[in-house]
Design a protein around this ligand. Structure first.
Ligand SMILES: [Zn+2]
Length: 400
């Protein structure tokens, strides 16, 4: 039996000036419908104490399009307008869920302002890729940068204009992949999130923070300085803001590219990958950890999770209370005195340790131990069953 998985492909678009204007109109229409529908829902609730459903609003939207002053909506893609109603609907659902859970931030749906809302719209179907073009309803063929081929059946498309001015399309596709099989775990690796470097592997390899990171930081600082010198509300300030946004975008692209390659490499080369469940936010609060956040360890982890699930690799995420750094890999003694600044230490048993390498090896060993435990318990195949039943493990994706 094959499995169906969803993947998102993101491409840069190169619309003509006319298409660019149409995109912005679509995004404006989406915002208009969202605000109109939110207003309707609030009014209706105030008057009757009841909520308007998606179907009620969809019917009202059809009538709205008949009104002369809002007849311009007819020129927009109708599905993308309905999608705005659906998005509002799910924003409400999330709000209700958070309210039920007693969350502090309930996030009641807000009106979208032209100034702060990122121009975007979604078309659920009918967006098709044709060579280096994408066919968009009502707009036609739009050029895109096909940096990798699309595989699978398109299920929806989101168009978004980044702050740098470029439009991007995210296509959700469904793919059929081979079923899960048991895979022997002959090759294994443990990875420790480094503070000086991005990560240290139990194999002795160090993954350094990429060099472009520094260059980009410098560029960003320069662009931000230039921006702060410009007069508020001036044209030059607008231009300087775009420059800052472009540097951000470029950094983001480079980082994602780097992290994708790293995670794919790991998954391809090892049967069993063990990592620690690092509290990235907690780490970020400590002075040492800016590199952890910048390098995007949280992203590596989510990439590893879905890639492992597809590629027959087992990913073990070890609970954050496992003393990976403080345990001596040779004798098992826990050195409670070890501080964050100790880069190397000598155990009472006489073995000298490099802090990160020792931690990576402990993670590897613990990962194997937990994996064997899972196999013995007979639940190495299903991701959630494992995650729920064995508490130190958050994710186990074994086999395809
Ligand atoms: Zn020892």
């Amino acid at each position: 039996m094959t499995r169906t998985v969803q993947t998102t492909y993101r491409y840069r678009l190169n619309p003509t000036a006319e298409q660019d204007a149409q995109f912005r109109q679509f995004a404006g229409a989406r915002r208009f419908v969202w605000n109109w529908a939110l207003n309707r829902k609030r009014e209706h609730y105030r008057e009757t104490g009841k909520t308007l459903s998606y179907n009620d609003l969809a019917a009202e939207l059809t009538r709205l399009k008949q009104q002369p002053e809002t007849a311009w909506l007819r020129e927009m893609d109708s599905q993308s307008l309905q999608q705005a109603l659906r998005d509002l609907d799910s924003a409400y659902q999330h709000f209700f869920r958070r309210a039920r859970n007693g969350d502090k931030k309930k996030g009641f749906p807000k009106f979208k302002s032209k100034k702060t809302d990122t121009p975007r719209f979604r078309i659920p179907q009918r967006v098709v890729l044709q060579d280096a073009f994408v066919s968009v309803p009502e707009i036609g063929l739009v050029k895109l940068v096909l940096h990798r081929p699309l595989e699978g059946v398109t299920k929806g498309a989101t168009f978004k204009q980044e702050a740098c001015g470029h439009w991007y399309i995210s296509l959700v596709v469904e793919q059929h992949i081979a079923p899960k099989v048991d895979r022997p775990t002959q090759t294994h690796i443990g990875i420790d999130v480094g503070l000086k470097s991005l990560a240290v592997c139990s194999s002795g390899e160090t993954i350094d923070n990429p060099r472009w990171y520094r260059t980009q930081t410098r560029k960003l600082r320069r662009a931000q300085k230039a921006l702060s010198r410009k007069v508020k509300g001036s044209r030059n300030r607008g231009k300087a803001r775009v420059v800052v946004a472009r540097v951000h975008q470029k950094t983001r692209n480079q980082r994602n590219d780097f992290l994708h390659k790293l995670s794919t490499d790991l998954i391809r080369h090892y049967d069993l990958v063990s990592i620690e469940d690092v509290n990235v936010r907690g780490l970020a609060k400590t002075r040492l950890a800016t590199s952890v956040l910048d390098a995007g360890w949280g992203m590596v982890r989510s990439m590893l999770t879905y890639k492992a699930d597809r590629a027959n690799t087992c990913l073990i995420v070890i609970g954050r209370f496992f003393p990976s750094s403080k345990t001596c890999g040779a004798c098992g003694l826990v050195n409670a005195d070890l501080t964050l600044s100790d880069r190397a230490w000598t155990c009472a048993c006489g073995v000298h340790h490099d802090r990160d390498l020792n931690a990576a090896r402990n993670i590897d060993r613990e990962g194997i131990r937990l994996f064997e435990q899972l196999v013995a318990a007979g639940c190495a195949e299903t991701q959630n069953a494992c995650g729920d039943s064995v508490s130190p493990i958050v994710t186990v994706g074994a086999g395809r």
